[in-house]
Design a protein around this ligand. Structure first.
Ligand SMILES: Nc1ncnc2c1ncn2[C@@H]1O[C@H](COP(=O)(O)OP(=O)(O)OP(=O)(O)O)[C@@H](O)[C@H]1O
Ligand SMILES: [Zn+2]
Ligand SMILES: [Zn+2]
Length: 800
């Protein structure tokens, strides 16, 4: 009988976005499964593809054969395949792009797949597998001959964990090995001394014939290194090197022994509602609106505990920058080794190790950034999204998915709840909760009735009139001095975007611009270069103005570095830690700086967005925002919302323990409602006011938005496509839909390509997904070789 695989091939283009039929040779047919990757001939090349179906017939007369299977067990289960298809449809991307986004990067990188014998199982392996390995402990997957029986046996050995898979990458240095021991299978006599005998008995009782790291024995069983060495010398134990999971969060230890906290009345009430939902076999979404420091995390932990007791699994999403060891520790202390951590700061090999723990069901909890929403659990009981308002939950490249939407899709499939948590929910989520689409839960008070910090705004215009040209108001400086003297701590927030530095000629107004992109160049003090943030273009700093040749060239804006210098001059005795992209570039630097601050090595933590969230340090009694306006006036309809969120989050860092907190917000427009409502901790009033604005201007949550951008080397071609698209959309969509544009994009040129955009605003357009797909594939065909010609972004976060 013939067997065919339907395969989505890795060619992201319109003409190939459907399954192709391939013949499965006998040798492969027996092990091939839906959800595995295969290597297939395609044109003159061999490409990777995902098997989406296996059938016994094909309509084609001539089919090519699958060359190789790339996986031993499926990498995508049926749920994830279905999710990929849905994502492709909803976010307007190719299926292959959706599938690739769901698997660990190691599988996409140029990595060598290895399979290794689990030594304690070696003698139980079928003879053919033993013969293949010979004396070796590990061999390349590519060396396995195409023998049906062998392939099938290897697959079942992998499923029974007699064989493990791993990816060997170029970053070999990062592979951590450790000395381990096993009990050999041929031990007959007993060790000579009582001490040795006891040690030997303990090891074989606890670990049987499985290998165990010597460090683990020393720490967990309190054994002595000397006795282990003697046992090795006398042949009672065998010593070897093993590769251990290379997780940098190993410093984030926790053995799962921490007791639950006794909940406050408010927390108990919320947890009870949550548990009721968890116990119901039904998809649902809940929004937990809890002020900063109200103990949301403890609720997540206890809800997860409930889920685990039911034998189910949980995913916790946190924004990447809050995913610190401090955060991970909270989970490990409660759930110990039952937690996998997925974070983009891990090396690809490390991420694969963590992913594998989930896939092999060795853990029940996954904590991670955005893409952890694809964790291949099969019995999900809860998905938590912390800081749900964060814009990083939306991926800004294909596939342009929002983790919240993916979580909701999965919750329906698994009949379990999604819990969104935030002190400042997004307008969209709160509006849905207000309408009853989501279930609203709230925690209006801080733990132990701690008051929220008092917030004072300082009008920087007045400061200016009084002759203060510094970026620090007198009030803020006084308070900083006071904290430094008292040995208390302060965080100072500076918006990265508003403060990027550019060069300007004070004589003629010339501003250094990138010759390829329509944006100003940023000044980098360290190497005296001007750099473009979009394309990487670099120039040496000018000494004379390129336009008028005057020497009055000045650097404008204020980088964190300059603020640090100024502050150090004003407060020479203060110890300052600066956290921005520059100081946190190196791996582990972010954690190290936070740790130093936590240890009290500095009084002032000065930083960008990365300090605004999640910090829970008891000694912080002051939070300062240097210029609240820099975010407020960005050309983005969410600017007010983002400002309110940010001010609230920054304020939330102060006064979380016994000592009361204080906040200073410096602004040139302190009368703005986003600043006013943040000052009074009044989320609801902000929400209502902002909702009115959105309604009037026709923005979410009243209208849906879709942004279509065209980019081309000539302006006319980009505009022509935009005009055509707008015409097509006007013809196909209903009268309610508003189509704006085409207009040049706010950044009109990137990497020498002109950009223009059309914006669609709509409320109810059942046809729109189909129309967008039509447009997408039309322009794909037009410009096959240039994929970036058209980008379609549904519910966009960025409008540049
Ligand atoms: N029931 C409780 N009893 C005592 N302490 C608690 C309790 N629940 C939480 N805490 C402590 O209160 C502090 C604040 O809690 P948590 O960090 O969970 O707040 P949060 O709502 O997540 O805040 P944010 O949104 O600002 O991050 C933490 O130090 C936490 O350990
Ligand atoms: Zn550029
Ligand atoms: Zn000039």
């Amino acid at each position: 009988m013939n067997v065919y695989a339907k395969i989505i091939v890795d060619v992201p283009s319109g003409g190939t976005d459907h399954p192709f039929d391939y013949h499965l040779p006998d040798a492969l047919a027996q092990t091939a499964s839906i959800g595995m990757r295969a290597l297939v001939p395609f044109g003159q090349r061999k490409l990777t593809g995902f098997i989406v179906d296996i059938v016994s017939e094909t309509n084609l007369e001539k089919v090519k054969s699958v060359a190789e299977l790339l996986d031993i067990t499926p990498v995508l289960n049926e749920e994830l395949l279905a999710l990929g298809a849905w994502m492709s449809k909803e976010t307007i991307c190719f299926q292959i792009t959706a599938f690739q986004a769901m698997i660990p990067a190691a599988m996409r990188a140029k990595a060598v797949k290895k399979i290794a014998v689990v030594e304690s199982e070696r003698s139980d392996l079928p003879m053919n597998i033993q013969a293949f390995f010979g004396q070796a402990g590990e061999r390349s997957w590519a060396d396995v001959p195409g023998d049906a029986r062998l392939l099938r046996d290897i697959r079942s050995a992998v499923e029974q964990r007699q064989i493990t898979e791993r990816y060997e990458l170029k970053d070999r240095a990062k592979h951590r090995t450790a000395k381990a021991v096993t009990v050999p299978s041929d031990v007959e006599e007993k060790p000579a001394t009582k001490k040795q005998h006891e040690t030997f008995a303990l090891i074989s009782d606890h670990y049987g014939k499985t290998e165990v790291a010597i460090q683990t024995l020393i720490h967990q069983l309190s054994l002595s290194r000397a006795v282990i060495n003697t046992l090795v010398k006398n042949g009672f134990l065998q010593e070897k090197e093993i590769v251990i999971d290379r997780n940098p969060y190993t410093s984030a230890e926790g053995d799962g022994s921490e007791e639950k906290a006794t909940l406050t009345v408010g927390q108990s009430r919320v947890l009870a509602q949550l548990e009721e939902t968890i116990d119901q076999p039904q998809g649902s979404t809940m929004l937990l609106h809890g002020v900063t420091g109200s103990g949301k995390t403890e609720i997540y932990l206890q809800a997860i505990d409930r889920v685990l007791k039911q034998g189910k699994e949980a995913i916790v999403l946190v924004p990447e920058i809050s995913l610190t060891p401090q955060m991970v520790e909270r989970f490990k202390r409660r759930f110990g080794a039952n937690v996998a951590v997925l974070h983009s700061a891990l090396s690809v090999g490390e991420r694969f190790d963590e992913w594998k723990k989930i896939q092999e069901q060795r853990v029940q909890v996954a904590v991670g950034a955005r893409s952890a929403v694809f964790a291949p659990f099969t019995n999900l009981g809860l998905v938590v999204i912390d800081e749900e308002h964060e814009s990083t939950y939306k991926q800004e490249e294909h596939p342009r998915y929002h983790a919240r939407e993916i979580a909701i899709w999965r919750s329906e499939r698994h009949c379990c709840p999604v819990l969104l948590g935030s002190a400042t929910p997004s307008m969209e989520s709160y509006a849905r909760a207000a309408k009853g689409v989501y279930h609203l839960l709230s925690l209006p008070d801080r733990i132990n009735q701690q008051p929220l910090p008092a917030i004072e705004t300082v009008d920087m215009r007045a400061e200016m009139r009084e002759g203060n040209r510094s970026v620090f108001s007198t009030t803020l400086l006084d308070k900083l001095r006071d904290r430094t003297e008292k040995g208390e701590q302060a965080v100072l927030f500076l918006n990265r975007r508003g403060f990027s530095t550019f060069v300007m000629c004070r004589n003629c107004g010339y501003v250094g611009m990138c010759p390829h992109c329509e944006i100003s160049l940023t000044f980098h003090r360290r190497d005296s270069q001007l750099k473009c943030h979009y394309c990487g273009h670099e120039e040496r700093v000018y000494e004379r103005c390129p336009s008028c040749e005057s020497t009055h060239i000045r650097f404008f804006g204020t980088g964190t570095q300059r603020v640090e210098e100024e502050l150090q001059q004003l407060l020479p005795e203060a110890r300052i830690i600066r956290m921005d992209n520059d100081t946190t570039k190196r791996k582990g630097a972010h954690e190290r700086l936070l740790k130093q601050f936590g240890n009290g090595d500095a009084e002032i933590l000065l930083g960008t967005q990365m300090i605004a969230k999640g910090l829970d340090f008891p000694n912080i009694t002051l939070a300062g925002v240097l210029a609240a306006d820099t975010l407020l006036h960005l050309p983005d309809f969410r600017a007010q919302e983002r400002t309110f969120q940010l001010l609230t989050q920054v304020s939330g860092r102060a006064g979380r323990a016994e000592k009361a907190g204080e906040v200073i917000i410096q602004s040139y427009t302190p009368e703005h409602y986003a600043i006013q409502h943040a000052q009074t901790h009044d989320y609801l009033s902000f929400f209502k006011k902002e909702l009115g604005q959105r309604k009037q201007a026709g923005y979410p949550p009243y209208y849906f938005l879709t942004l279509i951008t065209f980019a081309h080397a000539t302006y006319a071609t980009a505009m022509k496509a935009g005009t055509h698209a707008a015409k097509l959309l006007r013809a196909r969509l209903g009268d309610d839909a508003v189509i704006l544009g085409p207009t040049p994009s706010p950044i009109a040129r990137i990497k020498d390509r002109y950009r223009c955009q059309c914006m669609i605003k709509y409320r109810d357009e059942p046809e729109i997904t189909d129309v967008l797909h039509e447009l997408f594939s039309y322009y794909q065909k037009e410009l096959q070789q240039d994929q970036r010609f058209i980008t379609i972004d549904r519910d966009p976060n960025m409008f540049m």
